[in-house]
Design a protein around this ligand. Structure first.
Ligand SMILES: Cc1cc2nc3c(=O)[nH]c(=O)nc-3n(C[C@H](O)[C@H](O)[C@H](O)COP(=O)(O)O)c2cc1C
Length: 325
């Protein structure tokens, strides 16, 4: 399956595993890359730049295929040492970086100088156009369905992707809500050059997270995610649980006066407890609506090969039949 994205990134299939806090370790990134997609290590999950350097080296030991690193520029109390992380990315021979959150412009010169391709994750057409203008090589267009931070516009991918296709010149991948072959075909039909998946990759054999997390995704329907932190303009789509219901209650009580401190213990620092210890109600963790379409825990190779084979048969079979006279 050749698209502008497979050509740009030097991968076999146009399928990317998005950065995921405390999920995107070397084990998952290597498994996705070995299966022909693009695996991505989550930079900030590594406590220090030196730790990221070691994680990159571990991933090189597990795959000789291209893999990337995610750098998330989110509002935090203390700015992480981004320059140090970038230094390790360059030293580690990484050629693809997925940026997310704030505008990555300040870091583009050093990344470009090192021959790194930058895919910026955006939740709107205007931010995608900005990414194109400042010199990003591709964008990942994240619709309202996505697990994590969908932005504040609430535009689902059925509209967002064809709008992006109308405006963008650089390649883009569809992100958010995708988990099967039908959706891969739909994304390509809507103008995308490939797909980016988060939640679907958590429910794989190689994802190095507690079994409770995979079980929770299997058990969830498309009705089981919630949006939190909207009053702070830092909206996050998370899986419903008792901690999330408490966050929503506090948000309702405080209204426009809500401060991050009011909910910090329920939304910050919870990932190790959820992902490593399987304490599913300890706080809010990102999860997409696509959970409603996830019913198995395959290997990354089974997932990717299965999706590609079925996509080819949909395109060459059912869809081709529609245009026969
Ligand atoms: C558990 C989890 C953690 C995530 N952490 C990050 C992150 O640290 N940085 C980032 O850019 N995106 C993060 N994301 C977003 C994903 O990279 C991806 O854009 C999103 O999951 C796509 O939507 P989907 O889950 O519907 O496939 C996270 C998503 C999930 C589910």
């Amino acid at each position: 399956m050749k698209t502008r994205i497979t050509e740009l990134l030097g991968i076999k299939y146009p399928i990317i595993q998005g950065g995921m806090h405390h999920v995107g370790y070397a084990e998952l990134a290597a498994a996705v890359s070995n299966a022909g997609g693009l695996g991505i290590i989550t930079g900030l999950t590594q406590k220090t730049p030196a730790d990221l350097g070691q994680e990159i080296a571990r991933c090189h030991d597990m795959t000789d295929k291209p893999f990337g690193v995610n750098l998330t520029f989110l509002p935090t109390f203390e700015e992480p040492p981004y320059d140090g992380y970038i230094e390790e990315i360059i030293k580690g021979g990484i050629k693809i970086v997925e940026t997310a959150g704030r505008n990555p412009e300040p870091y583009l010169p050093v990344l470009k100088e090192a021959g790194i391709k930058v895919i910026h994750k955006c939740t709107s057409v205007r931010h995608s156009l900005k990414a194109e203008k400042i010199g990003c090589d591709a964008v990942s267009v994240d619709g309202f369905e996505c697990g994590g931070h969908p932005g504040e516009d609430d535009i689902p991918n059925m509209i967002l992707l064809p709008r992006a296709a109308e405006e963008l010149s650089i390649p883009f991948v569809a992100s958010g809500g995708i988990g099967n072959a039908k959706q891969l075909v739909a994304a390509l039909a809507l103008g995308a050059d490939g797909i980016n998946m988060g939640t679907r990759f958590i429910a794989t054999k190689e994802a190095p997270v507690h079994q409770n997390v995979k079980d929770a995704i299997l058990a969830a329907s498309e009705l089981d995610t919630r949006l939190v932190m909207r009053p702070l303009r830092n909206t996050e789509r998370v899986l419903a649980n008792s901690a999330v219901e408490r966050v929503i209650e506090i948000e309702r009580e405080k209204g426009p006066d809500l401060k991050i401190d009011d909910i910090a213990d329920l939304v910050a620092g919870v990932y190790p407890k959820v992902m490593n210890d399987g304490e599913m109600d300890s706080g809010a963790w990102s999860c997409g609506m696509v959970a409603g379409l996830i019913n198995d825990v395959p290997t990354c190779q089974e997932l990717i090969e299965g999706m590609v084979a079925e996509a080819k048969s949909i395109i060459g079979g059912n869809l081709a039949a529609l245009v026969e006279d």
